[in-house]
Design a protein around this ligand. Structure first.
Ligand code: 5GP
Length: 218
């Protein structure tokens, strides 16, 4: 049985990275797909672990060699998912989790029919802004660029299978875990609690006027 792709997207500051790290430490048989990027390395980041940091020239060469399953320009930098990395795991029967933007997710939707798409949002726009400012990893200008993208990103969330509101990290981690395990059910991993939790974060249960108004959308 091939592994599955779990694609996670969400605005910058939604807590996706921390969430994915917690999920990776809890769920067995799941690997993170390390993306390539042209953005500069932030303090504390490790090349090969958080990203493969490459020059624009190297990135463009990789595009030409068709090395990416998808790639996109996000906030002025290039990001791409290496095709070989995900294929290797899928063929080994290992599930793969990807943290990619909404454009990349859209491209993968056509190519990987049984991939599972999860959108992570903070409880509100105000909380998102506070988290970005507290993180202090970006300059003021970059924070404005990232905030400017939020409405556009959140309006893409309706194309995802699940929406997880990251209010409390522990609950959000349990929800992502439930989504992954419940999507493995046909492989024998039966759990009523997991199924119920995953059902609760299905897009149709979360998406609506109350959800959209938190992000200035109608
Ligand atoms: P950051 O610079 O904050 O690490 O990431 C910025 C955005 O790029 C995030 O939304 C993240 O999900 C997205 N991203 C990271 N890797 C990839 C990738 O391989 N492909 C695409 N399309 N987006 C990515």
């Amino acid at each position: 049985m091939n592994g599955k792709l779990f694609v996670i997207s969400g605005p910058s500051g939604s807590g996706k990275t921390t969430l994915v790290n917690h999920v990776l430490s809890k769920v067995e048989n799941l690997r993170f797909s390390v993306s390539f990027t042209t953005r500069s390395m932030r303090a504390g980041e490790v090349c090969g672990e958080h990203y493969e940091f490459v020059s624009r020239e190297e990135f463009v060469n990789m595009i030409e060699r068709r090395s990416f399953a998808e790639w996109a320009e996000v906030h002025g930098n290039f990001y791409g998912t290496p095709r070989a990395g995900i294929q290797k795991y899928i063929e080994m029967g290992v599930d793969v989790i990807l943290d990619i933007d909404v454009q990349g997710a859209k491209r993968l939707r056509g190519a990987f029919e049984d991939a599972v798409f999860i959108f992570v949002v903070p409880p509100s726009l105000e909380i998102l802004e506070r988290r970005l400012r507290d993180r202090r990893s970006e300059q003021g200008k970059d924070i404005s660029i990232r905030l400017g993208m939020v409405k556009q990103e959140v309006s893409c969330s309706k194309c995802y299978d699940y929406i997880i509101i990251n209010n409390e990290m522990d609950v959000a981690v349990e929800n992502v875990e439930a989504v992954i395990l419940s999507n493995r059910l046909d492989e024998g991993e039966d759990s009523g609690r997991m199924l119920a939790a995953a059902r609760e974060v299905k897009t149709e249960n979360v998406y609506g006027p109350a959800f959209l108004s938190k992000f200035g959308l109608t």
